[in-house]
Ligand binder design. Structure first.
Ligand code: NDP
Length: 457
């Protein structure tokens, strides 16, 4: 029986980083991957999504160009098949690069499904080989939730299939009000599909700052995305004219595709975790401590499978910290606070730190600074759009608790603002920073007048 120091199950963001760093410390490492090297982010998540978001933004750019003197001649047309082929080429390239990185690090990659036999042995399902490992890392990620609880839900697609539809659906419903729903609604709508977001609650993006949520929705509506709020689907049926969708209350609408974007579940089924004694949480997530160690001493888990914060950079950081801790002799904890995040909708939306409601629940005095303005580009394009920027400050210490925006380049801007928050910036530090003009980002530095102060008794 072969023996390795580390066996990683899953070659996604967290698993690849952990394997490479551990091998750098001299560990003999095998990674097993049943699908494609790169994981959700590279193969069917962040990367292809962002490429499609770029594609979807051209429709606005063509419209806006006129105000800047451009005459585009014949109406631009869009070819879904070309976009998907180009996207596939890039994903293949990235998958190759991930593989080459692992090869270069002397990590063996086995294209097979691996399951735990015991706490120290792994079985490869295809070949039947059993491999012994001193340490096992579970980095299997997550998968889209498909159980939507209405008849006909099996007719829906998820983000897994959305990238590879044979054609752009003409009429699309996206169920859910989170990241995936809003990003795909942006893509479909920007590419020309009639798009409806079906969300069960009163406002999209639960958990985000309330003003940001409302502002994003109104901006998306201005760009033609329809929203059905407080809406649930009662049943979905296939008809010659497409999918007939009956909503609770009796309304019926026809779509060519209905996409479920109702969350993701940790991929832990059938891995043999229970047999090995690894404790799981209610969603099937692997329970870990602050060092990513499971209930079994030599088994660790990182990334989406642990259901901490389901973001690629977090998985990478967790994988790296695990390798430093276990193979590098440097115990390293991951700080899960102050994680910036963006929704690549149109307009882009990003936040770091506490939203107003969270801040008011946690702090006695909270000051709000806000700027709502017409972006410079809209002056000539004539587009009816407003950027919203907001800063949430602890009124007692002047510490910036959170900030974010809805507007062009929000992700890029908020990423850098996250540095300031990580360093413990005060509002006075933002005020003291010289602005870069003309930019939208400078508004975060020039909001001098407090919009509101909220004091809790
Ligand atoms: P989210 O948890 O963000 O959103 C799920 C949405 O579906 C919510 O609006 C939720 O409503 C709704 N929902 C849940 N269950 C049901 C149901 N049974 N019927 C109808 N609606 C339902 O999940 P996503 O899939 O959008 O994304 C998963 C995670 O992946 C995110 O949390 C994020 O961490 C990550 N991600 C990050 C991206 C980025 O950084 N840009 C992009 C994509 C994903 P409610 O709010 O009422 O619970």
């Amino acid at each position: 029986m072969r023996t390795v120091d580390l066996f990683v199950i899953g070659a996604g963001s967290g698993g690849v980083r952990a394997a490479r760093i551990a091998a750098g410390y001299g560990a003999r490492v095998i990674v097993a991957e049943e699908y494609r090297v790169g994981g959700t982010c590279v193969i069917r998540g962040c990367v292809p999504k962002k490429l499609l978001v770029y594609a979807s933004r051209f429709s606005d750019a063509f419209t806006d160009a006129k105000g800047f003197g451009w005459e585009l001649g014949a109406r631009p047309s869009f070819d879904w098949a070309s976009l998907i082929a180009a996207k596939n080429t890039e994903i293949d390239r990235l998958e190759g690069a991930y593989g080459a990185t692992l090869d270069g690090a002397k990590v063996e990659v086995i294209r097979d499904r691996a399951v735990l036999e015991t706490a120290k042995t792994v079985r490869l399902v295809g070949s039947g080989e059993i491999i012994r490992a001193e340490t096992i890392l579970i980095a299997t990620g997550g998968a889209p939730l498909r159980e939507a609880g209405f008849p006909g839900a099996e007719l829906c697609i998820t983000s897994n299939e959305a990238f590879d539809q044979p054609a752009l659906p003409r009429r699309v419903a996206v169920v859910g009000g989170g990241y995936v729903a809003l990003e795909f609604a942006t893509i479909f709508s920007g590419l020309g599909a009639e798009t409806t977001v079906v969300y069960r609650g009163p406002e999209i993006l639960r958990g985000f700052d309330d003003e940001i949520r409302a502002h994003l929705r109104s901006e998306m509506m201005a760009r033609g995305v329809k929203f059905r709020l407080n809406a649930t689907i009662e049943r979905l049926e296939k008809t010659p004219d497409g999918l007939s969708c009956t909503f609770a209350g009796g309304d019926v609408a026809m779509f060519d595709a209905v996409m479920l974007a109702i969350g993701r579940l940790p991929a832990t089924q059938g891995l043999g975790l229970e047999k090995a004694g690894v404790a799981l949480g209610p969603l099937g997530e692997v329970l870990v401590d602050h060092m990513s160690r499971t209930s079994v001493e030599n088994i660790y888990a990182v990334g989406d499978v642990t259901d901490r914060i389901a973001l690629t950079p977090v998985a990478i950081r967790e994988g790296h910290a695990f390798a430093d801790t276990v193979f590098g002799g440097r115990p390293t904890k991951v700080d899960h606070t102050t994680v910036a995040t963006a929704v690549f909708a149109e307009p882009e939306t990003a936040w770091v730190g506490l939203g107003e409601e969270q801040a008011r629940a946690a702090h006695r005095v909270v000051d709000i600074y806000r700027a709502r303005f017409r972006p410079m580009k809209a002056t000539l394009s004539g587009r009816q759009t407003r950027t919203l920027m907001k800063i949430v400050v602890d009124g007692e210490t002047d510490r910036v608790l959170g900030l974010g925006m809805v507007g062009a380049d929000a992700g890029e801007i908020v990423q850098m603002a996250a540095v300031a928050l990580t360093l413990g910036a005060r509002k006075a530090d933002l005020d003291a920073t010289m602005a870069l003009h003309p930019s939208a980002a400078e508004e975060f530095l020039t909001m001098r007048t407090r919009a509101e102060r909220h004091v809790r008794d």
